[in-house]
Design a protein around this ligand. Sequence first.
Ligand code: HEM
Length: 411
Amino acid sequence: MSQYDAKAESKAGFNPFDTAVAQNPHAHFKRLRDEAPVSGSPPPFQNFVLSRYEDVRWALKHPELFSSSADAVPIGQDRPLIPLQIDPPEHAKYRRLLDPLFSPKALSVMEDDARKLVNEIIDRFVDDETVDFHAAFAVPVPCTLFLRLMGLPQDHLEQFLTWKDQILRADAGLDDPIENHKASAAIRRDTGKAIYEYFAAAIAARRQDPTDDMLTYLVNAEIEGRRLTDEEVLDVCFLFILAGLDTVTASLDCMMARLAGHAEERRALVEDPSLTVGAVEELLRHETPVTGILRVTTEPVVRHDVEMKEHAIVTCLLHAANMDEREFPDPETVDFRREPNRHIALGAGPHRCLGSHLARLELRVALEEFHRRIPDYALVPGVTLEYTAGIRQVSPLPLVIRPAGTVGGGN
Ligand code: HEM
């Protein structure tokens, strides 16, 4: 490897999900792409990192080599999460069942409800001078919508937020995440147990008393002529909570942090709201809220002269791939009209995001309404933003806001 000593970094325990990397990912990922496209730890760790667009996309499209089985991500679940931790061909059976729930047509009825909810949430803080965008907007919008979709009571929201943080951020607050690995694993296990118990009761209630919500659909769903078992419904629900609550919050955080620091981009959206669709795609690319996803090799695989042994854990760095100039000309520039924009912020291959249409709808409506109501905003002066590693939330995200009507046309 040339000047960039990826091996030395690996020995020192290079971790793409390190908080230091999270604060300044673009520069770091460029070095990886250019100088160590397959960077790895030597045995016995067997961890590798792919960072170029072509390599990441290729790995995700070859699940027979790069499995997403539960060995890749143990997060407190008893059984594989459905459909994320099921490999093809079995995976397709579950996607056929679940895809219709999240199709653009099925979701189109949600748009008015989403717009109304976004406005109700803005009403709560629009008259204040400052707001913590993360707590006041980015958390409640997707979480409230998601509970409505699932048919779960809104007053369980706090419980769900605690659970998903305990699973996804079990290391937070522990002084040394490596030393405290056992402690975080125990937190995940206990939380997993609580989630299973909650859904076991909810599933039993739907079997007895069906409604028209998503949980009832799952309880009655058939696969190859038989109903889903209670365990299968549980394994879908467990994943939905993790995948549906945190990611949209993180995307909203990343997008608003960027726009608040780049007034010309914010003004472009205020002046021409039709740019919002392109802005969602471009900001998903540039900010990539899910930094990377994990796979485990099913056999030895060689790429760029590096051998990844069987059972190696491979991090596919979506964020690094989305900033690769080999695919995206001038990748640092944010261009709401970028065309083509084949970003992989929502994954690629068979496991590409099931909730992508829902995510896009929520993000578009949230940005449209926020800019209509609050055309002028900026970061509170002197604040340094902190991005979490892995799924990139920004908490707190303090903004100075000036609502429409108090400024001349939102500039
Ligand atoms: C902007 C927000 C979102 C982002 C950035 C995002 C990102 C992703 C990514 C990168 C994957 C691929 C994971 C892998 O291959 O290992 C994925 C899969 C998935 N996402 Fe999302 N997601 C978002 C929103 C949602 C929402 C709202 C839901 C709603 C339930 C959802 C449900 C899922 C599910 C179930 C999978 C697994 C699909 C499969 O294995 O076939 N996601 N998502």
